[in-house]
Design a protein. Structure first.
Length: 471
């Protein structure tokens, strides 16, 4: 079914790759409901509903990716898009006077419409045409830019500590970014020791992964994460008397389906949706579409390039089906109760572990479903361990820069700007937009306007409107 021999892989490799991907993105299972419900401030019922929706919608998207596209890419509610969704819900509360839950259910209608639009565009191959309209030079730069973004996540936002001084404190900003260790210790207070442990285990995990990869060990990434996790757990217990396994004693292992049925499952508030105002609704749908479309395209193109899944023109086979999986996942998310489901850049960790087929995505999807019952276990994976994998994969993805012709400024300038824009904006889509605009302007200014695809002009204008016209 998955053509393992044709893709030069095995069942064992694919399953290990799927588990590796899961471990690097398991954080979304708890973080997504936290973001969408104000870290539980909007009530446990809604939190539980979004938690289950995250597991189910992600799995649905990955199953479509596995069986229709046969690609190893994992899906979940997109970071950035979920924060934007939470902001939109808050704005709906202010506009209409509805409760947060009613506004949340009205906003789900927006996600439903977006998903339906994407299904239509995917079935007719329009999203595939948009991929083909992205200039080859810009496409070459997507993977390295994602690599920089992964490095930024691994060294920055993923490795964070809270303490008596507040927080979060980040490894790159507050540990490496401090002028002296004394200043960092004073700034972080009781968090300094755990931060030192996190940074140490993060690099130990990274070096273990590199060593095992050098020894041609297929499971190098997941084994490196396991080593980092064990060291982190042991040191936390022995030095800081903080037992991460304590939470397992009181954890709930039964999925709260009743809470989901009461708050998010097919709970579309069409009446509230109509109160938002059509101009605002259209603007929001377009915004969600643009961000999701280019985040997904960027992740697919960048990760597929790294894995050697693209042809000489930079096109990936079964791109149409992969984009359809994203669209179906988004509709499933709307129906179950979460924001836009998109392809995750953490898929790169599974690809680097050898994942080449849909069996990798299927494995990750099954574990996501299992997390409805074993979420407490996913919650104790240290962020330092996942950072090890993200940093390693980020380093490897930089190799794509060798394909960029830096003598040609119409390639070099867009790629350079994408490299810095992606980690700063935390948006693959926005970075691609900046790259497209830069490419188009340079071609026009150098008298090569005819070399620009007509769809590239349209995309550049759309991004210009999005960036510079307030809505």
């Amino acid at each position: 079914m998955f053509k393992l021999e044709q893709n030069k892989t095995t069942v064992k490799t694919e399953i290990l790759a799927g588990l590796t991907t899961f471990m690097t993105m398991a954080y979304i299972i708890a973080l997504n409901p936290n973001l969408l419900t104000g870290f539980g401030a909007e009530g446990q019922q809604l939190w539980n509903g979004v938690f289950l929706a995250t597991c189910i919608a992600s799995a649905v998207g990955m199953f479509v990716m596995a069986f229709c596209a046969n690609k190893p890419f994992a899906m979940a509610p997109g970071m950035g898009l979920n924060s934007f969704f939470a902001v939109v819900v808050g704005q709906i509360v202010g506009l209409t006077g509805m409760t947060y839950l009613e506004s949340f259910q009205a906003a789900l209608v927006i996600i439903l419409v977006e998903g339906v639009i994407f299904i239509i565009l995917s079935l007719f191959g329009i999203r595939e045409k948009i991929v083909e309209a992205i200039p080859l030079g810009v496409r070459f730069g997507i993977a390295p830019a994602i690599g920089i973004m992964l490095l930024n996540i691994g060294l920055g936002s993923n490795c964070q500590i809270f303490s008596d001084k507040g927080g979060p404190f980040f490894a790159m900003r507050d540990f490496f970014g401090s002028l002296t260790a004394g200043y960092a210790k004073e700034t972080m207070g009781t968090g300094f020791g755990p931060m030192v442990l996190s940074v140490a285990t993060m690099f130990i995990g990274l070096f273990v992964i590199i060593y095992l990869n050098h020894k041609k060990v297929k499971a190098s990434v997941i084994l490196g994460m396991l080593v980092a996790s064990i060291i982190n757990w042991v040191c936390n217990i022995a030095i800081f008397h903080n037992n991460p396994f304590e939470s397992l004693k009181t954890a709930s292992w039964l999925p709260p389906f009743k809470d989901m049925a009461a708050t998010t499952l097919f709970k579309f508030n069409f009446t509230g949706f109509a109160q938002i105002g059509w101009a605002t609704v259209i603007t929001l749908i377009i915004t969600f579409c643009i961000i999701d479309m280019f985040d997904t395209i960027g992740t697919l193109v960048g990760t597929a390039s790294r894995a050697g899944m693209v042809d000489e023109k930079g096109n990936m086979p079964n791109m149409k089906e992969a984009l359809l999986a994203d669209a179906v996942g988004t509709v499933a998310g709307a129906c179950t109760g979460t924001s836009t489901v998109t392809t995750f850049i953490e898929s790169a960790s599974g690809v680097e572990a050898g994942g080449r087929t849909g069996l990798t995505a299927l494995t990750t999807g099954i574990v996501f479903l299992a997390c409805m019952f074993i979420s407490p276990i996913a919650a104790i994976i240290p962020s330092a361990a996942t950072s090890s994998a993200l940093i390693y994969v980020g380093i490897l993805m930089l190799s794509g820069l060798k394909k960029v012709d830096f003598e040609d400024l119409s390639q070099a300038a867009p790629v350079a700007l994408m490299l810095i824009a992606m980690p700063i904006s935390s948006s693959i889509g926005h970075a691609i937009g900046i790259g497209l605009i830069t490419y188009t302007v340079i071609k026009v200014l150098t008298g090569k306007a005819k070399e620009v695809h007509w769809l590239t002009y349209i995309l550049s204008v759309l991004f210009l409107v999005k960036f510079f016209i307030p809505m």
